[in-house]
Ligand binder design. Structure first.
Ligand code: HSE
Length: 296
């Protein structure tokens, strides 16, 4: 029997579309056991009623893909999932399932895969590396997929950083959220994002957090996605009006994060809570830190 604990992740982090992600202190647990035959899946915890417990289950499908890659002949599987990461809210729940499944399958098969191979299988399933890489390694991970292989660099999340995560009840599929993105962007917008994304990585690496106000700006995905929900339009408008610059969509949304750090009298933190509290729809808030371990 093997057991893994895998973190939630926030991808894009403003301008780093499909290339930047941070692991957060919110975890799913997966327990798997090889049995003589058949399949048994039990899911408990947050949003468990939304998860398939048959052959369509993402943990199961990712385990089978891994066994096939390795050439491991399994007999039957018993899978138990305990979830805390909400589904379809932009906090890497599918990445957690995929990474959890590949790592668990690899353990059952005798640890034959390298970390790089685990990541490559995960990216093949997920389609982009920005959630799966930090779910695997923890920390802040910059990744770049090239010719079926993902190159990455991980560095620790600054201990001072605090992620105030606002999570709506409503679900938004990554597919729908990717469908609203433009096929082409202007040269100006491309330069806007690459300068912010570079500044963001340098700011997170060096600890020069004051630069985050500018470094989190984005023109590649958020302007298109906030139109998907009235509450996102509202949060964006109010945040701008009240001078909150460190508010961004988590992954493909719909969760929104206000990033801050240990500061005296953080009035902006209260302003963010008030914006969320005033929304007509149901939103909850969770305060998280960066996870530097990744899956264990
Ligand atoms: N980079 C991805 C997106 C993350 O924004 O569509 C969502 O999984």
């Amino acid at each position: 029997m093997v057991k893994v604990k895998v973190p939630a992740t926030t991808a894009n982090v403003g301008p780093g579309f499909d290339s930047l992600g941070i692991a957060l202190t919110l975890y799913n647990e997966i327990e798997v056991e090889e049995i003589n035959s058949g399949l048994s899946i039990e899911v408990k915890g947050r949003d468990s009623e939304k998860i398939d417990t048959d052959e369509n289950n993402l943990v199961y499908k990712s385990m089978i893909k891994t066994f096939n890659e390795i050439g491991y002949d399994y007999k039957g599987l018993k899978i138990k999932q305990y979830n805390n990461i909400p589904i379809g809210r932009g906090l890497g729940s599918s990445a957690a399932s995929i990474i959890g499944a590949i790592v668990a399958a690899n353990k059952l098969a005798g640890n034959v895969l390298t970390q790089d191979e685990i990541l490559d299988i995960a990216v093949e399933i997920e389609g982009h590396p920005d959630n799966v890489a930090p779910a695997l390694f923890g920390g802040v991970v910059v990744s770049c997929s090239h010719e079926n292989h993902t190159n990455y660099i991980k560095f620790p999340v600054d201990e001072r950083l605090k992620f105030i995560v606002a999570i709506p009840e409503v679900i938004l599929s990554t597919k729908d959220s990717r469908n609203v993105l433009p096929k082409k962007v202007t040269f100006e917008d491309a330069v806007f994002n690459l300068s912010r994304s570079s500044l963001l990585v340098a700011s997170l690496m060096s600890g020069d957090l004051e630069k985050l106000d500018i470094a989190l700006q984005d023109r590649l995905h958020q302007p298109y996605r906030i139109g998907l929900l009235n509450s996102l339009k509202n949060i964006s408008k109010e945040s701008k009006k009240q001078g909150l610059n460190r508010v961004f969509l988590s992954g493909a949304g719909p969760s929104v994060i206000y990033i801050t750090w240990d500061m005296e009298d953080d009035e902006d933190e209260n302003k963010f809570y008030n914006i969320i509290k005033k929304l007509p729809e149901e939103w909850s808030i969770q305060i998280l830190k960066g996870d530097n371990k990744g899956i264990i």
